[in-house]
Design a protein around this ligand. Structure first.
Ligand code: NAP
Length: 457
C-alpha cells in the first residue's frame, strides 16, 4: 500500500515539475510555476517518507530540521546580489547528495547488482563528484575567496584530458571487476579532482554559464541515481533539470555570442585583463540638475538597468522616477539585455519586485531600433551590455556579443559610482562619447535625488 502511495505522489510530483517549468518560462506565470514546483517537491518528499524501505524516522527528522534551518537562513540572509554563488553552493549540495547515495548503494550491495545498475551507479558517482567540487570552486570564485581570473598552466588541457581518461578508465575497470572497491573509490577521487581542474581555468565572467552547465550535470547525476535505485521521480526530475540546465547554458552563450567550447576552454578573463590595460579616454561629467531637466522635457526616456542597479537595490527608485516622468507625459520604457546582471532574468525579477508593469520591459531586438528616436537613455549600473566595442571592435574580448545600442540615443546618462569596470573587466568607449554624460554616485541615491529634482522642475 505504501509503495502505491509513493508511486502516486512521485507521479504527481513529476507532473507538477513539468508545469512548474512551463510556468517559469514567462514572468507573468513564474511565481505560480515556482509554487507548483515547490508543491511537487513536497509531494516527492512525502512519497519518499512513505517508502517501504524506511525502517525508522529519527535520523530523517534530524536531517530535515538541519536542512530546513540551513535553507531557511540562506533564503533569509543571502542578498539578491549573492544569488549566483548561493546557487552554485546549492548545486554542490545536490550533487554531493547524489554521489553519496551512489557510494552508499555500493557499500550496501557491493558489486552484486546488474551491469546496468552498476553503470548507472558509476555515472551517478562520477557526475555527482565532479559537480560537487566544480560547484565549490565556482562558489569560491564568485564569492571572491579564490581569484576570479582563469588559473592556467602549460599543458593544462592535456593534463585535464588525461585526468578524464583515467576516471573513465577506472570506471571501466570497476565495471569489469565490480568487487574491486579500490577502482570504485579511485574513480570517485579522480572525478572530484576533475571537477576542480575543469572549473579553475574558467574566469568569473563565464561562471554563470558554467554554473548552469554544472546544474545540468547535477540533474543528470540525479537521473543516474534514479536508475541505480529504481526511483522514478529522480529519473524524471533529474532529466528535466539536466536538459533545462543545458538549454539555459546554450541561451546564455548565444546572448554573449560565445560557444560552450569557448566558455569551457577559452580562459576568457585573461583576454579581458590584457584588453583592460589599454588606457581610458576622458569622460564628461553631468550635474544632477542638468540630467533632471533633460529627463523632465524628454519625449521618450529608456532606462537601461544592469548589475549596478542590483547592487544598489535601485529598482524601486527607478520605478518612482519613471512614474513622475510618465505623469509629465514622457514615454518611459525599460531595455532588458538577456545577460544584464549576474543571472538570467535578473533585471526582470528586480523590476517585477518593484511592480514595474511587464509591458514596459523591452527585449534587445525590440528596443534597439527605438534608440535613435529616444531622447535620453539612462544607463543604471550597466556596463558590458552597453559596450559599443562588442559591435565595433573585432579585437575586443566581447566582440560579437549583442548589445543594447544606447549610444544611438540622442543623449545618454550613465549612473555609476566611479571608474569601475564591468564583469568582463574591459574599458567602455560609450562613457567617453560626446553624447554621454556621467552622473557619478550610488544608483539608488542618484535616482532618488533625480526624482526630487524632476518634481521641482
Ligand atoms: P557589468 O558590466 O558587470 O557592470 C556593472 C557596473 O555597475 C559597473 O561598471 C559598476 O561601476 C556599476 N555599479 C556597481 N555598483 C553600483 C552602484 N551601487 N551604483 C551604481 N553603479 C554601480 O553589468 P552588466 O552591464 O549588467 O553586464 C553583466 C555582465 O555579466 C556581462 O558581462 C555578462 O556577460 C555577464 N554575465 C551575466 C550573466 C547573466 O546571466 N546575467 C551570465 C553570464 C555572464 P562602478 O563600480 O564604477 O559603480
Amino acid at each position: 500500500m505504501s509503495h502505491y502511495f509513493a508511486e502516486v505522489s512521485y507521479l504527481l510530483a513529476s507532473i507538477l515539475f513539468v508545469f512548474g517549468l512551463k510556468g517559469l518560462s514567462h514572468p507573468d506565470s513564474a511565481r505560480r510555476g515556482m509554487h507548483l514546483a515547490q508543491f511537487g517537491m513536497l509531494m516527492a518528499i512525502i512519497g519518499t517518507l512513505l517508502h517501504k524501505d524506511i525502517v525508522s524516522y529519527e535520523w530523517i527528522i534530524v536531517g530535515l530540521i538541519i536542512g530546513s534551518a540551513i535553507g531557511g537562513s540562506i533564503a533569509h540572509f543571502v542578498p539578491m546580489t549573492a544569488l549566483p554563488q548561493q546557487t552554485a553552493l546549492s548545486h554542490a549540495f545536490g550533487a554531493f547528495a547524489a554521489a553519496l547515495v551512489g557510494v552508499s548503494e555500493y557499500h550496501t550491495h557491493g558489486g552484486t547488482a546488474s551491469h546496468f545498475t552498476l553503470g548507472a551507479l558509476g555515472a551517478d558517482v562520477v557526475l555527482g563528484s565532479l559537480t560537487t567540487t566544480g560547484s565549490l570552486i565556482a562558489t569560491m570564485k564568485l564569492q571572491g575567496w579564490l581569484p576570479g581570473a582563469p588559473f592556467t598552466f602549460q599543458g593544462q588541457k592535456v593534463f585535464n584530458l588525461a585526468l578524464l581518461a583515467a576516471t573513465v578508465g577506472c570506471f571501466g575497470w570497476w565495471l569489469a571487476v565490480p568487487s574491486a572497491a579500490v577502482a570504485f573509490y579511485f574513480m570517485a577521487v579522480l572525478a572530484l579532482t576533475v571537477g576542480v581542474m575543469l572549473v579553475l581555468p574558467i574566469g568569473t565572467a563565464d561562471m554563470p554559464v558554467v554554473m548552469s552547465l554544472l546544474n545540468s550535470y547535477a540533474g543528470l547525476a540525479a537521473t543516474a541515481t534514479g536508475f541505480a535505485i529504481s526511483n522514478n521521480v529522480l529519473i524524471i526530475a533529474g532529466t528535466l533539470n539536466g536538459f533545462s540546465g543545458f538549454i539555459l547554458s546554450v541561451i546564455m552563450c548565444r546572448a554573449m555570442n560565445r560557444s560552450i567550447r569557448n566558455v569551457l576552454f577559452g580562459a576568457f578573463g585573461q583576454a579581458a585583463e590584457s584588453a583592460a590595460a589599454t588606457g581610458a579616454e576622458p569622460m564628461r561629467e553631468i550635474s544632477l540638475d542638468d540630467t533632471a531637466v533633460q529627463l523632465a522635457y524628454a519625449r521618450q526616456v529608456v532606462f537601461v538597468p544592469g548589475y549596478g542597479m542590483a547592487t544598489a537595490q535601485a529598482q524601486h527608485a527607478v520605478h518612482e522616477l519613471a512614474g513622475m516622468l510618465e505623469a509629465r507625459g514622457v514615454i518611459v520604457k525599460y531595455a532588458i539585455h538577456p545577460v544584464a546582471g549576474r543571472m538570467p532574468g535578473h533585471m526582470n525579477v528586480l523590476l517585477a519586485e518593484a511592480n514595474v508593469p511587464y509591458s514596459l520591459l523591452c527585449e534587445l531586438e525590440a528596443i534597439n531600433p527605438e534608440f535613435p528616436s529616444t531622447d535620453v537613455a539612462v544607463v543604471i549600473g550597466a556596463n558590458d551590455v552597453v559596450n559599443p566595442d562588442a559591435r565595433d571592435n573585432p579585437g575586443s574580448a566581447i566582440a560579437g556579443m549583442p548589445i543594447l545600442e544606447v549610444d544611438h540615443a540622442k543623449s545618454v546618462i550613465v549612473l555609476k559610482r566611479g571608474q569601475g569596470k564591468g564583469f568582463s573587466g574591459l574599458e567602455n568607449p560609450l562613457f567617453s562619447k560626446p553624447n554621454t554624460g556621467m552622473l557619478y554616485g550610488d544608483a539608488k541615491d542618484s535616482l532618488m535625488r533625480l526624482a526630487e529634482a524632476v518634481r521641482a522642475a
